[in-house]
Design a protein around this ligand. Sequence first.
Ligand code: ZN
Length: 133
Amino acid sequence: MISHVNHIGIAVKDLEQAIENFRKIVGFTDVHTEIVSEQKVKIASFKIGEVLIELTAPTDESSTISKFIEKRGEGIHHIAFETDSIQNDLDSVKNLGINLINEYPVFGAHEMLVAFLHPKSTNGVLVEFCQPK
Ligand code: ZN
């Protein structure tokens, strides 16, 4: 079952520049950085209350983040809802007619299982389900 918003992903071109910029804006002190090789991205995340903001930059031109930035520019990329039963939730939204990008969860940042729903089915917002391991 979905419980809360876990994080908001923001697509950025230059991770270091974005970290410093958001540090000015919201003044976080702790930042976690990580390379997610499966998705060809590097991320930097910081927590505001219960929600992580996840700055995401491509490590490779073939990354989907690269293509997103080419098409739409930098900006909000996805919203991630946390669940304790990711496969059940994927199956149940699929049964309700929602198109999935990932039929099965894959490994994402923060050692979580993640799966994306197709933005054509979610009013143009890329939606992620995530489940901490
Ligand atoms: Zn995410």
